[in-house]
Design a protein around this ligand. Structure first.
Ligand SMILES: Nc1ccn([C@@H]2O[C@H](COP(=O)(O)OP(=O)(O)OP(=O)(O)O)[C@@H](O)[C@H]2O)c(=O)n1
Ligand SMILES: C[C@](O)(CO)[C@H](O)COP(=O)(O)O
Length: 246
């Protein structure tokens, strides 16, 4: 039977999000985003190990604020790197022996569902590697620095990649071992596996499994989470939205 390790990168700078706090540590419907994401995986019977990757700069505050959560959840905390793929590489160095497959899921995609994770994991078991993705629905424009359109890109065959992305352990580890030979920017894990010549399969992604990149994304995630979990969609008078007791 397959045993999955799940790597959850949360070591980015949240540059596009802005503000004082980094986005994975902000509340979503009263609980930290990273925690909501981790909870999608920790109780799964096919998951052997969960690793949360955070910046070394955040470790002290993270331990202070969330230390008890870590013990309760039995997850490993790993130091991140300057780029997402370096954060993932650091976690791959700490895989437990029993792990047969590895999944990588952004800490800031709390909208994944058990059904989506099932679909990705089962497809990865069958084919060696799978990711969720959605076909591009809008017309795509190439735009220059002066905000002038310079071309229209045919969208046929273009899909938007999501996470979790899951692979055979040997495929992902071999691909990461060769990461320094890749010339272009590395923006997801499948890209490295593809570069090794492996065919990576796609399963149908979810519109609601979007990456929280900007503040608008967080507002949308908050509304969606409240709607799907039957929580109030307006703060009660005198009580903030991030009140755990809602
Ligand atoms: N060096 C990095 C960069 C990103 N990430 C994580 O990878 C996920 C997807 O990255 P993104 O949403 O682009 O986050 P940031 O890199 O923080 O965003 P920005 O580019 O706006 O700074 C996030 O959970 C982020 O914390 C990471 O672990 N290590
Ligand atoms: C991995 C990813 O979430 C797939 O869509 C995405 O590529 C990460 O985005 P980033 O902004 O380049 O970190």
């Amino acid at each position: 039977m397959s045993r999955f390790a799940v790597i959850i990168p949360a070591a980015g700078q949240s540059t596009r999000f802005g503000g004082q706090q980094k986005k994975p540590f902000l509340p979503l419907a009263g609980r930290p985003i990273w925690l909501r994401t981790v909870e999608l995986f920790v109780t799964r019977p096919d998951v052997e190990q969960v690793m949360l990757v955070i910046s070394p700069d955040d470790r002290e505050e993270f331990q202070r604020r969330f230390g008890p959560n870590l013990i309760f959840l039995d997850i490993d905390l790993v130091d991140g790197g300057a780029e997402r793929f370096e954060s993932v590489a650091n976690a791959l160095a700490k895989l437990r022996d029993a792990v047969t497959h590895v999944a990588v899921h952004d800490a800031v995609r709390p909208g994944a569902t058990a059904e989506l994770i099932d679909a990705v994991f089962r497809r990865a078991e069958q084919t060696g590697g799978a990711i969720p993705a959605l076909p591009v629905a809008d017309t795509l424009k190439r735009v220059d620095g002066d905000l002038r359109i310079t071309g229209t890109v045919p969208r046929q065959g273009l899909w938007q990649a999501q996470t979790p992305q899951a692979f055979r352990r040997d495929w992902l580890c071999d691909a990461y071992a060769r990461r320094h030979t890749i010339a272009e920017a590395i923006t997801d894990d499948a890209q490295l596996v593809e570069a090794c010549g492996h065919a990576v399969s796609v399963v149908s992604g979810l519109v609601t499994n979007f990456k929280i990149t900007t503040k608008t994304d967080l507002d949308l995630a908050e509304l969606l989470h409240r709607a799907t979990h039957d929580l109030p969609t307006e703060p009660k008078p005198g009580r903030p939205f991030d009140d755990e007791s809602y």
